[in-house]
Design a protein around this ligand. Structure first.
Ligand code: ASP
Length: 351
């Protein structure tokens, strides 16, 4: 009798193992999600960037412009990749990659930031470390050359997470960060965008919705380093013609930026008010943690279902802890790219 029980138990055990094995074999890479499937092991490093989402269409861009954006994105990836290849931290890769994009006049971050309704530039940025979810952010600065540096200084050198306005400039000076004359941020492209926005203004004190033809242009980066740590950061000039010291999602942890080694690192771009209301960056992490979605499934659901239904235009770039990349957007295009060992992808337009 006892032997019969043992044999029965053994058969159940063997059947259970068989079922697990068969189940495992039947799961396709698509079900697992991720740009190249998550069945492979964690790459040595991974890096993904964006330079903003919006009405980016091939027919509206000259070959020279297309080349300039492609080159700037590749240069940014080169910088982050070199740091990660040498064993640098995800945090350093994110900061240095974003600094390069901030210094380029092509993007709406740092030099090239868009103008407020008062013809000034107010810059926002945030950064987050997936190791311990420490974070730093700044909003509405006008003289800090590289806002992402100030965000990192808030994280590492202050007891706070988010600083805004004049106090932030004083803090940045106390940290010996490079300061510039506000004129430094001015570009003809951003100035013309302000003139167009003013011409269109509804006159009721509300920000006119950004037409589909306009692009947003924020920059962001997510990285996975050799030690398996994730980090993410975002930097922006906000939205053209913004008023009343408006802040978007970019300096809001959980809206525009989020990083947690247990789930993902993510940076968002688009109509910030929607990204704040839908807590997009944290939602991505939560869908992965609580619902077991892949980074690709979670990103697609948020950008193409939730946000699109609500009228929120934009996109995000994200990485999970095994280097899977997601870059969903619901606008005509998004400046974007990623790098993994032996792999490089840069794209501007939708499919
Ligand atoms: N999300 C940014 C904001 O609302 C804009 C952008 O992504 O370009 O401030």
């Amino acid at each position: 009798m006892r032997n019969e029980n043992i044999m029965q138990n053994n058969s159940y055990f063997l059947l259970a193992i068989l079922l697990v094995l068969v189940g495992g074999c039947m799961q396709s890479p698509e079900q697992e999600g991720g740009t190249s499937g998550s069945s492979r092991s964690r790459p040595e490093y991974a890096l993904v960037i964006h330079g903003g989402a919006g009405g980016i269409r091939k027919e509206n861009m000259s070959p020279e412009q297309e080349l300039a954006y492609t080159r700037a994105l590749n240069e940014a990836l080169d910088i982050g990749e070199a740091i990660l290849q040498e064993g640098g931290t995800a945090l350093d890769a994110v900061e240095q990659t974003i600094i390069h994009l901030e210094d380029s006049p092509l993007f709406n971050a740092g030099r090239g930031a868009v103008f407020t309704a008062d013809s000034t530039n107010e810059l926002d940025a945030s950064i987050m470390d997936g190791r311990d979810r420490s974070a730093g952010a700044i909003g509405g600065v006008a003289t800090v050359k590289n806002p992402i540096r100030a965000a990192r200084a808030v994280m590492e050198q202050s007891p706070h997470v988010l600083l805004t306005g004049a106090g932030t400039e004083a803090f940045a000076r106390s940290q010996n960060l490079a300061m510039v004359d506000p004129e430094y941020f001015r570009t003809e492209r951003s100035w013309k965008a302000l003139e167009r926005a003013k011409a269109r203004e509804l006159g009721n004190g509300r920000l006119e919705p950004v037409p589909a033809g306009e692009k947003f242009g924020t920059v962001g980066c997510a990285a996975l380093d050799r030690n398996g740590h994730l980090a993410a950061g975002t930097s922006t000039g906000g939205m053209t013609n913004k008023k009343w010291n408006r802040l978007g999602d970019s300096p809001i942890i959980g809206a525009g930026t989020y990083a947690d080694d247990a789930t993902c690192a993510v940076s968002c771009t688009g109509h910030g008010e929607y990204f704040i209301r839908f807590a997009v960056a944290h939602d991505l992490s939560a869908l992965m943690a609580y619902k077991g979605l892949s980074v690709e499934e979670a990103g697609k659901h948020i950008i193409h279902d939730k946000l699109k239904q609500a009228g929120g235009a934009g996109g995000l770039i994200a990485l999970d802890a095994t280097g899977n990349v997601a870059m969903p957007f619901n606008t005509p295009g998004m400046y974007r790219g990623y790098a993994r060992p032996g792999e490089r992808n840069v794209a501007l337009f939708g499919e």
